[in-house]
Each structure stands twice: as structure tokens, then as C-alpha cells.
Design a protein around this ligand. Structure first.
Ligand SMILES: *[C@@H]1O[C@H](CO)[C@@H](O)[C@H](O)[C@H]1NC(C)=O
Ligand SMILES: *[C@@H]1O[C@H](CO)[C@@H](O)[C@H](O)[C@H]1NC(C)=O
Ligand SMILES: *[C@@H]1O[C@H](CO)[C@@H](O)[C@H](O)[C@H]1NC(C)=O
Ligand SMILES: *[C@@H]1O[C@H](CO)[C@@H](O)[C@H](O)[C@H]1NC(C)=O
Ligand SMILES: *[C@@H]1O[C@H](CO)[C@@H](O)[C@H](O)[C@H]1NC(C)=O
Ligand SMILES: *[C@@H]1O[C@H](CO)[C@@H](O)[C@H](O)[C@H]1NC(C)=O
Length: 362
């Protein structure tokens, strides 16, 4: 039983004044159908029509398939709850599918997870001991990594893997997503549980437009729908993109975007609309290339807009890489080696994030 029942009124009062409210665990307990240790878990990621990305999880027995906002910077698994009036409800269990990397292989329930209460249900993935990813990985003793494949507005479904590769797609062929990535170091900052990388420069249509001194960082965010750039970087970037795409007919801007083309004038390619390629220059000379499928946002019937926004001058990071720019990309967050694996667009391989086979193999 939760020790909260033994608390004196004074300590209850103390607890009431603390936010977020933590649950207290005794013995961890795990119920898995299979006898073998669980090596990996899989859950669907959905995109709503308002550019919100969620993970579908089963929390406790009363709430099947609840949607949790994916937040790479949040440190607690949270949802609307009221532990003060109903102490039993603080005992949270999460039920999620195990996987062999090809299909879901059966429900695994991890009990007594630490959670906090929040008006929004949040699946926290930060580098902190009480995030959902850290708790699932440590309680099941899985490999310390998770991978996300974000869906686009058309397919609407992607997936998240916790634990060991492989992570196979089924369509149009089978490819292990962990084999198509390039690694870069994640920046380690004590007290900062977010995922940050070093940005060394910016290239538009194969021409380097900016080079940064050490210390310019890019944060990866799944709660920002579009990539935000610090104003000075944004203006140089917009100017260069404007120049390199001068041949395309413009239409009126559609907020929050600035550069919008007449859609009917822009040719289509395997990797989305054919527009100037954008390269983020990263550590160790690595480059993250962004093509039309991750740069151009369809805004209404006729407009195709460059999906980057001005984040103002007071940004902590030079860039916050938002959800649209990582759709149909595979990202692997490797905690042991403190590195990020990134694939750039999977569309070159004709693979989409909707290609995991969610049909149970049982
Ligand atoms: C989003 O989808 C919901 C349900 O499918 C619908 O009710 C709502 O109108 C949609 N919103 C927009 C902005 O399209
Ligand atoms: C596990 O996967 C199966 C097959 O897709 C699905 O029916 C079941 O609801 C999933 N379990 C959870 C907890 O999501
Ligand atoms: C609730 O969750 C959101 C999204 O992660 C976060 O920004 C906010 O700070 C949280 N609120 C509290 C009270 O923890
Ligand atoms: C876009 O181009 C098409 C074809 O040239 C034209 O018919 C249409 O009026 C243009 N739309 C705008 C908003 O300029
Ligand atoms: C990119 O640069 C090439 C060579 O300078 C130029 O011909 C082309 O128009 C530019 N824009 C695009 C969209 O390729
Ligand atoms: C998906 O998995 C199921 C169960 O293993 C299998 O029967 C089916 O053929 C798979 N689908 C594809 C397209 O590979």
C-alpha cells in the first residue's frame, strides 16, 4: 500500500504544497506474458490535425489508449489526476507492447511508476530518472536508448521504440531503422535534461550561408510544430532561401510563415516539393539534410510555405528543431553513449514512419 496513508496531517499538508506530486514506490513489479526478458517496447505515435504528436499508452486499467503529448524535455510522466482525494490512484501502471523489432509481441505492464499530475497528459522522454523513457528502460533493464519515427499529416501514425534494436519497417521492404542513421554527440549539461546538439553552420542550396562559433546549440523538440531560429540566424536564412528560390512564383504569406510559393508552380520529387536543400552542419563534419518534405508546409489550397519561424532574439538556442522537420526521419537517443542517431528523410528509401507492422505476431 502507498505509504501516504501513514502520513500525519502535517506531512500531508507539506506534500500538498509540493508540485509535482510524486508517488512512492515499494517493490517494482512487472507482469509480462513472455518468460524471456523484455528487450524492447513499441507504441504508436499519432499526429493530430493541430500538429500535436502523442504516444498512445494504456495507463492503469481504467484508461486504455490514452494520448500523451510527446515531450523530449519533460522530466515526469504526467496526466490529470488528483492523488490527494484518491491515494490509490497514485499507483500508476503503464501497459505497452513488447516487440521483437518486427511486430508487437504482447502486453507488458510496468507497475508503480513515479508520475506527476498535470492538466496535460505528457509522455516525458528527457534525460532524467523519472521520465517515462528512463523508468521503462531501467525497470525492464533494457538497452538505454529509445527511437522515434514521427508521422506526417497524411499517414498520421508513426512509432516509438524503447530498448534494443532492431526496429524493422515492413513496407515497401524490411529495413532496420537503426542501421540507416549517422551519430553525433549530444551535449551534456548538468541540470539540463533536454537533447541538444552543436550547430556549426547552415547551408542553403549547397552554399554555406552561416558558420557558427562553438557554443551555438540546437535543441530537438517535439512540442514545437516547426523549427524556430534565433532572429539573426532566421533573417540570414530567409534571405538566402529567397534568393535561391527566386524562380518560383510567390503568393501572400500565411502566418506564421514568411516565404510562400504558389503550389502549382513547384515540381514534386521523391522527397517532397523540389525546393533548395537545407543542410544543418553539425559536429564532426556531419550534415543533416532537409528536403521539401520537411521544409515546405502546405497552407491552404494554393500556398506552399517555408516551415521555419522566427523565434526572436532571446532564444537560449540558435535553433529549436521542431516536429515537422523530423517527420519521416528516424532519431535514436542513445543514453549510454550520449549520442543522437539521425537518418535525415527516409523518403529517399521510399520508407515512411507509418511502415512499422503493428499487427500482433501472436
Ligand atoms: C481536427 O479534427 C477533429 C476531429 O477529427 C475535428 O473535429 C476538428 O474540426 C479538426 N480541426 C481542424 C482545425 O481541422
Ligand atoms: C499491443 O498490440 C496489439 C496489436 O496491435 C493491440 O491490439 C494491443 O492493443 C496493443 N497493446 C497495447 C497496450 O497498446
Ligand atoms: C505540464 O506539462 C507541460 C508540458 O510538458 C509543461 O510545460 C508544464 O510545465 C507542466 N506543468 C506542471 C505544473 O508541471
Ligand atoms: C497559382 O498559379 C496558378 C497556375 O498558374 C494560377 O491559376 C493561380 O491563380 C495562382 N494562384 C495565386 C494565388 O497566385
Ligand atoms: C540552386 O543553385 C543552382 C546552382 O547555383 C541554381 O541553378 C538553382 O536554381 C538553385 N535553386 C534550386 C531550387 O535548385
Ligand atoms: C505484418 O505482420 C503479420 C503478423 O506477423 C503478418 O502476418 C503480415 O504478413 C505482416 N505484414 C506485412 C506487410 O509484412
Amino acid at each position: 500500500m502507498a505509504p501516504i496513508q501513514n502520513f500525519t496531517p502535517f506531512s500531508v499538508l507539506l506534500l500538498l504544497s509540493i508540485s509535482p506530486f510524486f508517488t512512492f514506490i515499494k517493490q517494482p513489479s512487472i507482469h509480462a506474458k513472455e518468460q524471456h526478458p523484455v528487450k524492447a517496447l513499441v507504441a504508436p505515435i499519432y499526429k493530430s490535425n493541430t500538429s500535436i504528436y502523442t504516444i498512445s499508452l494504456k495507463i492503469n486499467d481504467a484508461n486504455p489508449n490514452q494520448q500523451f503529448l510527446i515531450d523530449l524535455s519533460s522530466t515526469f510522466l504526467s496526466f490529470p489526476c488528483c492523488p490527494y482525494s484518491n491515494p490509490k490512484k497514485v499507483q500508476t501502471s503503464v501497459t505497452i507492447n513488447s516487440t521483437d523489432g518486427k511486430n508487437p509481441t504482447g502486453d507488458v505492464t510496468v507497475q508503480n511508476l513515479k508520475t506527476s499530475c498535470n492538466a496535460t497528459s505528457v509522455a516525458s522522454l528527457a534525460r532524467s530518472p523519472h521520465s517515462l523513457s528512463s523508468q521503462l528502460i531501467s525497470r525492464l533493464s533494457m538497452k538505454k536508448q529509445f527511437g522515434i519515427c514521427m508521422p506526417d499529416s497524411y499517414s498520421k501514425q508513426g512509432e516509438i521504440f524503447f530498448g534494443s534494436e532492431p526496429y524493422y519497417t515492413m513496407f515497401p521492404y524490411s529495413v532496420d531503422l537503426s542501421t540507416v542513421i549517422t551519430y553525433i554527440p549530444l551535449i551534456k549539461r548538468p541540470q539540463n535534461p533536454s537533447y541538444m546538439i552543436t550547430l556549426t553552420g547552415l547551408v542553403v542550396n549547397h552554399t554555406q550561408i552561416l558558420s557558427f562559433n562553438s557554443g551555438t546549440t540546437a535543441l530537438i523538440s517535439t512540442t514545437d510544430p516547426y523549427t524556430k531560429l534565433r532572429s539573426d540566424i532566421y533573417h540570414s536564412f530567409i534571405d538566402a532561401f529567397n534568393k535561391e528560390s527566386a524562380g518560383y512564383a510567390r503568393v501572400a504569406s500565411v502566418k506564421p510563415f514568411e516565404i510562400c510559393f504558389n503550389k502549382s508552380a513547384v515540381p514534386f520529387s521523391r522527397v517532397g516539393y523540389y525546393v533548395p536543400q537545407i543542410d544543418l552542419m553539425l559536429d564532426e563534419g556531419k550534415e543533416w539534410s532537409i528536403f521539401g518534405s520537411n521544409s515546405m508546409v502546405q497552407s491552404g489550397e494554393e500556398a506552399l510555405c517555408l516551415g521555419f519561424v522566427d523565434g526572436g532574439m532571446n532564444m537560449e538556442h540558435g535553433m529549436v528543431i521542431g516536429g515537422f522537420q523530423i517527420e519521416n526521419n528516424f532519431l535514436l537517443f542513445d543514453k549510454d553513449k550520449s549520442r543522437l542517431g539521425f537518418s535525415s528523410t527516409l523518403l529517399f528509401m521510399r520508407v515512411m514512419c507509418s511502415a512499422f507492422n503493428f499487427t500482433s505476431s501472436n
